[in-house]
Write a new protein. Structure first.
Length: 487
């Protein structure tokens, strides 16, 4: 009996709901016809307002009709009525799930907010007007209407430094000093594909090893490396003040060193490795900004995805009574989670952009040492499609100590009847190897070409002015990149 009653109640409920849903849908369809009649007039007349009122009477959730009435009364100078209907449009938009799922709903919502701002602006209530226009820009950062209205408000309030209010106006950054003081607007994205190519050298001396038996009699006096790196990056504006990003690196490292001892060996080994380097996670927060100045703090988190690979050369050396190919371990990453906090400033003096940043990398010192870097860039637009950049940068590297496997040659005592019990010949040992740090300074000219809206080509070269005395010394660094903005 209970099951029968439940079924009857369900049938009654369906019977009640279906007609009402049908009537509601039919009524809103009819309201749309009245709204179209008002749009056909579009003359701010009382007749146009009447059409919108009829549409609202038939369909109280009709956001477009409320906006239409707000606009008509704004142009008629009936500001209280205009505020009433723009506010009602916003309330209906926020409370209706059906409205938010419709195409173009965001534009209608923004129209009510900008309409309120216009009324407040006309009434001289500039603080209220600015708040509405800012709210509109938080939702649609590239709204030219909201930007223009807000600029007018700032001029009326004599806030000339804030006339260009959205701090995402200046998106161009340096080629090598890539972190500016500006951030992306909410919902904006930037993708980058970069390529860099350089040579570097490092001297090798016996005092770098903690084992005194390492004499380097047949060892190389220096190391040379040819490095190519490909970087794929993405940045995203979580809000108008917070940007996150992720960069993946891929390395190709070719090492070149010569082994030789009194013409016994004459080996020029060139082992090579390639693979994924460390990934970099960027978090940047915009502290403060106006028309000319923007200040941000940031952190780069190094994720140790880079391996330490063994490079094998084609050349052979004689070890332990047999020939073996020359092998070297070459790191492609730091091997640790490193933190790099920094601060960035962008300053704009029409038409020149100045950009600077400072950062300190905190490492465990095993594969790479701590690092302090300071960069400064000047960006000058030749025209709408070409920028000329000039950058300078300073870098300090700390020493790095890591384990090293090497070979030493043991000699027997020089007297008659050398006892065979005394070892002689090559021996494999594990030792610690310290790579010295130091100071370096560079300048870097470059060009940026706008290929299409939001698409930029970068070409630049880093020129060393001061090279560090010890450790790895970089030569010229060549850079090419593509950056795509999605607004």
């Amino acid at each position: 009996m209970k099951a029968v009653i439940k079924r009857l109640m369900l049938l009654v409920t369906i019977a009640i709901l279906i007609p009402w849903n049908f009537v509601f849908a039919s009524t809103c369809d009819s309201a749309w016809l009245w709204y179209q009649e008002g749009l056909a007039l579009y003359d701010n007349s009382n007749r146009e307002a009447d059409y919108y009122r009829k549409a609202i009477d038939m369909c109280p959730e009709f956001v477009e009709a409320y906006n239409g009435l707000g606009r008509v009364y704004l142009n008629q100078g009936k500001y209280d009525l205009s505020l009433q209907f723009f506010n009602q449009a916003r309330i209906q938009a926020l409370s209706s799930d059906l409205f938010s799922s419709r195409p173009g709903s965001r534009d209608q919502f923004i129209e009510s907010i900008i309409g309120l701002g216009e009324v407040y602006r006309i009434q001289g209530q500039y603080s209220l007007a600015a708040a509405e226009f800012k709210r509109a820009l938080e939702i649609v950062p590239d709204s030219s209407s909201a930007q223009n209205h807000l600029q007018y408000i700032y001029k009326r309030q004599h806030k000339y430094d804030s006339v260009l209010s959205p701090h995402h106006k200046m998106l161009t950054n340096g080629i090598f000093a890539r972190i500016p003081g500006t951030v992306l607007a909410r919902g904006w994205m930037a993708f980058s594909l970069l390529y860099r190519n350089w040579e570097q050298t490092s001297r090798i001396t016996t005092d770098m090893f903690d084992d005194e038996r390492v004499a380097l009699i047949a060892g190389p006096s220096k190391r040379e490396a040819h490095i190519q790196v490909y970087a794929l990056g993405m940045r995203y504006g979580l809000s108008n003040n917070l940007t996150i990003g992720l960069t993946a690196l891929y390395f190709v490292r070719d090492v070149d060193f010569r082994l030789g001892y009194k013409d016994i060996w004459n080996v020029n080994a060139k082992p090579s490795v390639n693979g994924l380097g460390d990934m970099m996670l960027l978090t940047k927060y915009h502290l403060w900004g106006n028309k000319k100045n923007h200040l941000s703090i940031y952190n780069l988190l190094t994720i140790p995805t880079g391996e330490q690979k063994t490079a094998v050369a084609d050349q052979y050396i004689w070890t332990f009574g047999k020939f073996e190919k020359v092998k070297r371990k070459i790191p492609l990453g730091s091997g640790s989670y490193d933190f790099t906090p920094g601060i960035a400033l962008t300053t704009y003096y029409d038409p020149v952009i100045f950009q600077s940043n400072m950062q300190y990398r905190i490492t465990d010192g095993k594969r790479v040492g701590d690092e302090f870097a300071a960069n400064f860039a000047v960006i000058y637009p030749l025209n709408n499609a070409v920028n000329v950049t000039m950058e300078t940068g300073y870098r300090w590297h700390d020493d790095t100590e890591r384990k090293q496997t090497t070979y030493i040659s043991l000699q027997r005592p020089d007297y008659v009847g050398n006892p065979p019990s005394i070892p002689a010949g090559p021996e494999k040992i594990d030792t610690s190897f310290t790579s010295k740090g130091g100071h370096s300074l560079f300048i870097a000219p470059g060009f940026q070409f706008t290929l299409a809206r939001g698409l930029k080509l970068e070409l630049g070269m880093k020129i060393p002015v001061v090279k560090q005395d010890e450790g790895w010394r970089e030569d010229f660094v060549f850079h090419a990149g593509l950056v795509k903005m999605i607004f």
